[in-house]
Design a protein around this ligand. Structure first.
Ligand SMILES: [Cu+2]
Length: 489
């Protein structure tokens, strides 16, 4: 099969996925077989190919037969109508990650969003927000099927234009980080030592280690983890895509999405710093300079790079995955030569660095305690994950936490496992109050990495009526129990 990606982009993405037409406000028509007028956007879920490199072409499920899916540009507060077509044999869910939208369009079966039927269609209308970098992705349980869920190619960026101007930049680049060719293994090689503070809670550590020792003492192997053969930025392995082409003296705004199913990612650019202006699309009070960006699964970073070091550079992962494709060439006009890499200075990723100085949290009405535990290799070799002793049941889909609308809550997450969990709350943002007992300055996010054996506190106001899903964004964790439903009345 051959098909010209560029031609498709023109015909499909720019035609059907053109800019939002003014005055296209519609009444909500959640399901319609024959759309009588065109939607603002059309997204088609279908099998397709990703050419990571000329000798590395993978078949997977894509949005509009491209990876990443088309950039969906929306305007904060302006309603949008989107046609979702599913050309696969499996009912689908398309989740609008990081947006405050009703549960019937959010794209999670757990919340009651209707599926996009196999070989069927669903038309949705919602009002985009909040502004900034969001994304969309599938939200199915993959379980042991590495072709399903987030292991495939269903990821696309969303940018919601703010009602007011975001500030000056010369060039805007969207980067979606994604692995392909997954396989299960016993034990992983996840980076663990990049987070600050690093200190764990001794009680949680004892609890986690004794559970693990008990399992191994009974002869159980380590539970399955997922690893990958191929790594890419915007669907191309390092050296095989178009470089990011810049000129000296520019401000280049990078919008980075970690579209991985399971991986934590890093990025560095030799000789340059990243001026982080937003985390998960939410503007920081003050931009923060860092030499390395770290993103848990589902996290986003928007950062400005000032082009002051002419050359041909590798913008890439600080670890070994760069050698297997996780990078992109960053090329100044007129510069020649092989792309250069240099390891960044030692650096720890600390959410508090992005917090608001002198900030104190608002009073909360209630605190929700969640203790996360792991039953090693308990489910046919997969780890089972529990919140307060309960593994989420996809059959029952029972809400376990009741919220009063308008009340302010503190989620106190206690991680009795040595894994880092990028936890995600649907349909609303939270403020990070503390990490491992240290104040974090209220940085606003919708995913946050909960460190091994650590306690993290997240505050949010329950302003999303209905069901909202809270889960670890690691596919192999959420699929095996690490989810909970919050019901807001
Ligand atoms: Cu997890």
């Amino acid at each position: 099969m051959t098909w010209a990606r560029r031609d498709f982009l023109k015909a499909g993405a720019l035609g059907a996925l053109g800019a939002v037409a003014p005055g296209c406000r519609r009444e909500a028509t959640p399901i319609s077989n024959e759309p009588e007028r065109s939607a603002d956007y059309t997204i088609r879920i279908a099998p397709g190919l990703v050419e990571l490199a000329p000798d590395r072409i993978v078949a997977t499920t894509l949005y509009n037969r491209q990876f990443p899916g088309p950039l969906v540009r929306l305007k904060e507060g302006r309603p949008v109508t989107i046609d979702l077509y599913n050309d696969t044999d499996t009912p689908e869910q398309l989740h609008w990650h990081g947006q405050a939208v009703p549960s019937d369009v959010d794209g999670a079966a757990e919340e009651g969003t209707p599926h996009i039927p196999a070989h069927g269609h669903r038309r949705i209308t919602f009002t985009p927000g909040p502004s900034g970098l969001r994304f969309y992705h599938t939200h199915l349980v993959a379980g042991a099927d590495l072709r399903a869920g987030q292991y495939g190619g269903q990821v696309g960026p969303v940018y919601i234009e703010p009602a007011h101007d975001p500030g000056a930049y010369d060039r805007e680049v969207f980067l979606t980080l994604k692995e392909f060719e997954p396989a299960f293994s016993r034990g992983g090689d996840m980076p663990m030592d990049f987070l600050a503070p690093a200190k764990g809670d001794p009680t949680l550590q004892r609890q986690g280690e004794s559970a693990m020792h008990a399992s191994l003492a009974k002869g159980a192997p380590h539970g399955y983890e997922v690893g990958y053969q191929a790594f890419s930025i915007n669907g191309r392995m390092l050296g095989h895509g178009e470089p990011i082409r810049v000129k000296s003296g520019e401000r280049v705004l990078l919008h980075v999405v970690n579209g991985s199913a399971t991986e934590i990612r890093s990025l560095a650019l030799p000789g340059h710093t990243f001026k982080v202006v937003a985390l998960d699309g939410n503007s920081l009070a003050t931009p923060v300079d860092v030499p390395v960006i770290w993103l848990g699964t589902g996290e986003r970073v928007s950062a400005i790079v000032e082009t002051t070091r002419p050359g041909v550079w590798i913008l890439g992962d600080v670890g070994d995955d760069r050698h297997n494709g996780m990078g992109i060439v960053f090329e100044y006009a007129g510069a020649k030569g092989k792309p250069a890499w240099a390891a960044p200075p030692p650096f720890k990723w600390d959410y508090a660095r992005f917090g608001r100085p002198g900030w104190t949290p608002a009073r909360v009405d209630d605190t929700i305690e969640m203790t996360v535990t792991k039953d090693n290799a308990a489910l046919d070799g997969f780890n089972q994950w529990r919140i307060n002793g309960t593994a989420f049941s996809m059959e029952k889909k029972e809400p376990t936490f009741a919220l009063r609308r308008g009340a302010r809550y503190r989620l106190r997450l206690r991680n009795a496992t040595d894994d880092i969990h990028p936890v995600h709350l649907h349909r609303q943002s939270f403020e990070i109050i503390s990490v491992a007992g240290r104040p974090a300055g209220g940085v606003v996010k919708d995913v946050a990495m909960l460190g091994g054996y650590q306690v993290m506190e997240l505050d949010f106001t329950a302003n999303a009526p209905g069901l909202s899903l809270f889960h670890c964004h690691q596919q192999v964790h959420m699929d095996f129990g690490f989810m909970a439903l919050l019901a807001c009345r």
